[in-house]
Ligand binder design. Structure first.
Ligand code: B16
Ligand code: MG
Length: 216
């Protein structure tokens, strides 16, 4: 039976993807090229260093590790400027209701984010206490689609993969959940999240009961 729900942060709890995109775009522009919103889909759930490599390849640039570290730090500085202004108003619609249903159902919760800034964001929006376990970018060595982030979440809760449901908005995140052997709810477009077991536009469109019924 299902015992735990594992949530991605960016795109599921809050919309920080827009801030990541703004900061990466600013960096790309300074390097002399642009990145589209469609291109940005490829960066969702992907670690900071991997994201930079994808962007530099897109711009046809090959840079030293030293320069890359400098650029990643610059991007993060711009990103933090945007994130530091976040409040509980930035929690996505439906999240609060969904979480109260999760608690009523007696389920455990974990955060599964590859972001090193995840704890800061949870503090800003006042949701640190909403999670029984928090796995962030400082606790893992491989970004999504590697299953590590969700495997560690289950481990920290002392649960088996078959007892966990993952909520993800990104292609790489859905793949990570599937590779971890979990039931995956994709939040977003069915055209993009083809590998998910169940797809809904957002948490607002779902009830806990519905999800548990689908897992069977
Ligand atoms: P940071 P998630 C991911 O968060 C983002 O989707 C991805 O765009 C970002 O590059 C990554 O975190 C690393 O974030 O630079 O803050 O360490 O979707 O796993 O919650
Ligand atoms: Mg996400």
């Amino acid at each position: 039976a299902i015992k735990a729900f594992l949530f991605d942060l960016d795109g599921v709890i809050v919309d920080t993807a827009i801030y990541h995109y703004q900061a990466w775009r600013r960096l790309a522009n300074e390097l002399g090229f642009d990145i589209s919103e469609e291109f940005n889909e490829r960066l969702k759930g992907v670690s900071r260093t991997d994201s930079l490599d994808i962007i530099l390849a897109h711009g046809g640039l090959i840079l030293s590790d030293e320069k890359k570290a400098e650029l990643a730090a610059q991007k993060n500085k711009w990103y933090l400027d945007l994130v530091s202004r976040m409040t509980s108003d930035d929690i996505l619609p439906g999240v609060a209701t969904f979480f109260s249903q999760v608690r009523k159902a007696g389920l455990e919760t974990a955060l599964g984010s590859v972001s090193k800034n995840a704890p800061l964001i949870l503090e800003r929006i006042g949701m640190t206490q909403a999670f029984d376990a928090i796995i962030d970018g400082t606790k893992i060595s491989k970004g999504k689609p590697d299953p590590e982030v969700f495997a560690k979440g289950a481990q920290e809760l002392d649960r088996q993969p078959a007892e966990c449901v993952v909520f993800e908005d990104a292609v790489a995140g859905v793949q990570a959940g599937k590779r971890a052997g979990m039931f995956v709810v994709g939040l977003g477009s069915p055209d993009v999240l083809t590998e998910a077991d169940l797809i809904a536009p957002s948490l607002e469109a779902l009830t806990v009961e519905e999800v548990l019924a689908k897992v069977g």
